[in-house]
Design a protein around this ligand. Structure first.
Ligand SMILES: [Zn+2]
Length: 377
């Protein structure tokens, strides 16, 4: 991913931080700077920067909570990236069963609850039960303690923020954790696709309310989060519809015939003439009986614009196309085509078909209208 820096790897999961995160640090430093005057400004800066770094450490642990439970259920976690708005763990797919999604999702907020308990015990040891209770129950006293910018204020601030993180994530707005919990709960009772549809509608309604309230009160960060939730809920719903439509189908049923082949030394102009008379989403490029790769229709158009009709096919061929078996389930294909938009279907060492991301989109559109268009196994 561009603009992101890998910090470390935990259990094979790269943890990255996006460059825009630096803005948050600068902003925190600025807040720290302006909240203290005279000789004390450096203390304010150190305090705020330390707070943000530790808070994001808690966010990483939240995402690791999701990720480690996901790994238990055999889900591959691609990476965890820290954005200014929070952390995102990218997984290649959902776990098979609703209870697994439930546990995987619950592990995130549960991590924050555990962190809050740990920090609470630490504060208990430092200031004793009576004073801790006084501070936590009185907003005024809490504010005074936080304003001191001491080690204790840092501890309490992190304690409070972990409680907020757990509660905020449990708001049932898809795709936040609360929405996912709702979806997995519904999916145990009704089909997955309908469960997702309901959870994302609930999520969008809450997102609209959240954004409206945030705009009315001038909280632009929250409004941004609301807009983000709204768009993400829409995407999740589309993804789930595709997933549900592909259930019980195999790669063999969705693959396209090989069609005419190209040679790496042919020109783009020749390929264009071929594309005009026998349209395919992808053409196999074969050199002396050996598969050199695939030329996507979209790549051909881009290459024609950039390099002109005299350029050779070989310079614009995609060489790292995925190879699929004809009996692989179609639902798993989406994630494999994320890395390479075209794949060849190979049976007994022979290429028997090609399939592209575009083919899948078209098939999903068709199945959404008429689910019985293909027989399901
Ligand atoms: Zn989470």
């Amino acid at each position: 991913m561009f603009w992101s820096l890998k910090l470390l790897t935990v259990r094979g999961i790269p943890i990255r931080v996006h460059a825009s995160f630096l803005l948050v640090l600068f902003y925190a430093a600025y807040i720290g700077f302006s909240s203290r005057t005279g000789a004390g400004w450096s203390r304010g800066v150190i305090f705020m920067v330390a707070f943000i770094l530790l808070l994001f450490l808690c966010v990483v642990m939240h995402e690791l909570g999701h990720s480690l439970v996901a790994q238990l259920f055999g889900v591959k976690v691609q990476d965890i990236t820290l954005w200014p708005i929070g952390g995102v763990a990218r997984m290649t797919r959902l776990p098979e069963r609703p209870y697994q999604e439930f546990l995987m999702t619950a592990a995130g907020p549960a991590t924050n609850v555990l962190l809050a308990i740990f920090l609470g015990i630490l504060a208990l040891v430092i200031i004793g039960p009576q004073q801790l209770l006084d501070v936590l129950l009185s907003p005024w006293l809490l504010n005074v303690t936080l304003a001191e910018m001491s080690g204790l204020s840092l501890l309490l601030l992190l304690l409070v923020n972990n409680v907020i993180l757990a509660l905020f994530n449990l708001i049932p707005a898809f795709p936040m954790d609360g929405g996912r919990l709702l979806r997995s709960f519904l999916a145990a009772l009704i089909p997955f696709g309908r469960a997702t549809a309901i959870a994302s509608v609930v999520g969008q309604v809450i997102a609209v309310i959240m954004t409206t309230l945030a705009l009315l009160t001038g909280n632009f960060t929250l409004a941004l989060v609301g807009a983000f939730v709204f768009i993400a809920a829409l995407g999740e719903r589309r993804q789930a519809t595709i997933h549900a439509n592909f259930q019980g189908l195999r790669v063999r049923q969705a693959m396209q015939s090989i069609g005419p082949r190209l040679h790496p030394l042919q020109t783009l102009g020749e390929a264009a003439s071929l594309a005009a008379t026998s349209p395919q989403a992808a053409y196999l490029v074969v050199d002396g009986g050996r598969l050199a790769g695939a030329l996507l229709r979209s790549d051909l158009l881009a290459a024609l614009r950039r390099a002109g009709p005299a350029a050779r096919v070989g310079q614009h061929v995609r060489r790292n196309v995925a190879q699929l078996a004809p009996d692989e389930p179609l639902e798993r294909l989406q994630e494999r085509l994320d890395d390479s938009p075209a794949a060849v279907v190979v049976e007994a060492g022979q290429v028997i078909g090609v399939i592209t991301q575009g083919d899948l989109v078209h098939l999903a559109e068709l199945l959404a209208v008429h689910a019985e268009a293909l027989p399901r196994g």
